[in-house]
Design a binder for this molecule. Structure first.
Ligand SMILES: [Fe+2]
Length: 276
């Protein structure tokens, strides 16, 4: 048994925290870049959010501005890489201990593979291994063909916040099928804390119990509204499912995404045995 929370971390990005008694998180989904999407409008707001991320114990954040959907034609890969580089410089100047790496939350679209090949669309941490995939709101589409196409390019989709999608909640067998096609799912920390309502929280817990949730991320958009709640989400998951599972979905698997490593499987639990 170790005294440190972080002795299993191999990523050089978080080596500074190795041996620390502070739990260190990697956030794979955050709208922290200024002026690109519905995240912070200015660099000042962006710094406020980055301070909050750092206070939450997050050492590395993947900046994931929206691509495609209502942001079609905006936020291309080069622009996001530049914006992440500029924000890192500001954070270093201000001694804020947070590293920003480029990524995107990409709306499901039949052009994705073609746009990836043209270097317009970004994978998480720009690593060519994982893509954060956002489903459209209010309509159901079966993304199986897209998952197959991505797999041929060596990319696994991580489906963002399925617990917030009513239609997926009703057709959970479809989500299970997507997981068989190599997809993973990311649940939002605020869904687990109850900040997005009891229905969303229940859906998130049900998906966790089934072993379908590979990762938790903040999906934060600002320092006040839609703020990061990683620590509270960790404590909630640890309370329900044990610290091992909380560590897997909040710490280990997110770090693996940034490092381009395989995700570790998440065991299922019997809902009846969960005291909630
Ligand atoms: Fe998002």
């Amino acid at each position: 048994m170790t005294d440190s929370f972080n002795d299993n971390l191999s990523d050089p990005l978080v080596r500074l925290f190795k041996g620390s008694k502070t739990r260190v998180f990697t956030d794979i989904h955050c709208h922290c870049l200024p002026g690109l999407d519905d995240g912070p409008a200015t660099t000042h707001e962006s710094i406020d959010l980055c301070n909050k991320l750092s206070e939450e114990g997050i050492a590395v954040v993947v900046a994931t501005p929206h691509q495609l959907g209502r942001f079609d034609g905006r936020n291309d890969a080069a622009e996001i890489r530049d914006a992440a580089g500029r924000l890192n410089e500001v954070l270093q100047d201000r001694r804020i201990p947070l590293e920003v790496v480029p990524g995107a939350e990409v709306r499901a679209d039949e052009r994705i593979c073609q746009l990836l090949k043209a270097d317009k669309i970004l994978t998480l941490a720009d690593g060519g291994r994982y893509m954060l995939l956002e489903l459209p709101h209010g309509i159901f589409i079966d993304v199986t063909p897209l998952l197959e196409e991505l797999t041929l390019m060596g990319i696994s989709a991580i489906i963002s916040h399925p617990e917030r999608n009513d239609l997926l909640g009703k057709q959970s067998d479809i989500l299970a099928r997507w997981l068989e096609y190599g997809a993973a799912t990311q649940v939002t920390a605020s869904s687990l804390t109850g900040a997005l309502g009891p229905e969303v929280r229940r859906a998130a817990v049900r998906m966790l119990a089934k072993g379908w949730v590979g990762l938790v991320a903040t999906d934060a958009h600002g320092s006040t509204l839609r703020r990061p709640r990683m620590r509270a989400a960790f404590e909630f998951v640890a309370g329900l499912f044990g610290e091992g599972l909380a560590n897997l979905v909040c710490v280990e698997n997110p770090a693996r995404v940034v490092n381009g490593q395989d995700l570790l499987p998440v065991p299922s639990r019997n809902m009846q045995e969960i005291n909630w």
